[in-house]
Design a binder for this molecule. Structure first.
Ligand SMILES: [Zn+2]
Length: 94
């Protein structure tokens, strides 16, 4: 059995397995999605599910660089929503 492939956050460059990141996929047909599931294939970028990495990625345009194309505003907004939600859930668990 092969070792699990390591993914890397585009913002802080932390490494880990895929499940610990949000995945942004840029499909060949021009669509883009966040955690789209196996039906959507294309170039992928990974980011930690934390607000500091989101801000860092925005600042350095890390997602755009990694996906080699513009990231639409609605994708960025969706990502921000996902990250904020996760953050709130985590606080409620503590
Ligand atoms: Zn990160």
């Amino acid at each position: 059995m092969r070792a699990k492939q390591q993914r890397m956050c585009v913002a802080c460059r932390r490494k880990g397995d895929q499940a610990s990141f949000l995945r942004i996929v840029s499909a060949a047909d021009g669509r883009m999605g966040i955690n789209p599931g196996p039906h959507m294939q294309g170039r992928s970028a990974y980011i930690c599910n934390c607000y500091s990495c989101y801000q860092l990625a925005l600042k350095h345009r890390s997602l755009q660089r990694s996906l080699r194309r513009q990231v639409p505003e609605e994708i960025l907004q969706e990502l921000e929503k996902l990250i904020k939600l996760e953050d709130i859930e985590r606080k409620e668990l503590v």
